[in-house]
Ligand binder design. Structure first.
Ligand code: DX5
Ligand code: ZN
Length: 213
């Protein structure tokens, strides 16, 4: 089965973002992972809707926006307007997950929920039926280049068993040439790769290696 790799632009070179996007597109990427951080929910700051709207104008790739922000309900519409295809909010940051995910769907975006490495599956139990996308963090969010937390593999296996067949499961953090096989072996659908892709001397070659396994 084809492995789906979603490059995380957090590790791209923002001084030549368009060129990095073209590189991963021509290597075969059909999705891009955009990490939004607010300096509050996570101890780092990145970019928001203005930059995402600029990226939207550059590419037809499916844009998955990973909102590592508090009060995501206040900003969902801004990310939909900016051109997001999937909007992912954190369980830990949402006051009402069901309402927030339904609001994302009403804006014609796929609704994603993300859980940190120490958040158990039962915290998203109530939305397993309606979530379009579940993101399992395999590092604590905030920075690229961290080490994969292997205890999260069991959570991936459990979710693969329990999810609605229409829901896709993605994994984010520390995925690279060394860890990617154990992640896909759990049966999940998509891996996010940041530093494990953009730090390669030959990015298209690395994309191919990651896709083949
Ligand atoms: C981490 C972000 C990730 C990050 C992954 O908080 O959510 O998407 O870019 O980077 P790597 O693949 O380097 O762990
Ligand atoms: Zn992410």
């Amino acid at each position: 089965m084809k492995r789906i790799i979603s490059p995380s632009l957090l590790s791209a070179d923002f001084s030549r973002l368009e060129s990095d996007i073209r590189t991963v597109e021509s290597a075969g990427a059909e999705r891009l992972h955009l990490d939004v951080m607010d300096g509050n929910f996570v101890p780092n700051l990145t970019f928001g809707p203005i930059v995402i709207n600029g990226i939207r104008k550059l590419t037809d790739c499916h844009l998955e926006c990973h909102l590592m922000i508090n009060n995501p309900d206040k900003y969902i519409a801004d990310y939909a307007d900016a051109g997001a295809d999937t909007i992912i909010i954190h369980q830990e940051a949402s006051a009402n997950l069901m309402t927030d995910l339904n609001n994302i769907k009403k804006l014609n975006c796929a609704a994603g929920v993300c859980i940190n490495p120490d958040t158990p599956i039962h915290k998203i139990e109530s939305v397993l039926e309606i979530a379009d996308y579940i993101l399992v963090m395999s590092v604590f969010p905030g920075f690229g280049g961290q080490e994969f937390i292997s205890s999260t593999l069991q959570k991936m296996r459990d979710l693969v068993e329990r999810k609605n067949p229409q829901t896709v499961i993605a994994v984010d953090g520390g995925v690279n040439n060394n860890t990617i096989n154990s992640v896909f072996d759990t049966g999940i659908d998509i891996v996010i790769v940041g530093s494990g892709l953009f730090s390669a001397p030959n990015i298209p070659q690395r994309f191919k290696e990651l896709s083949i396994g």
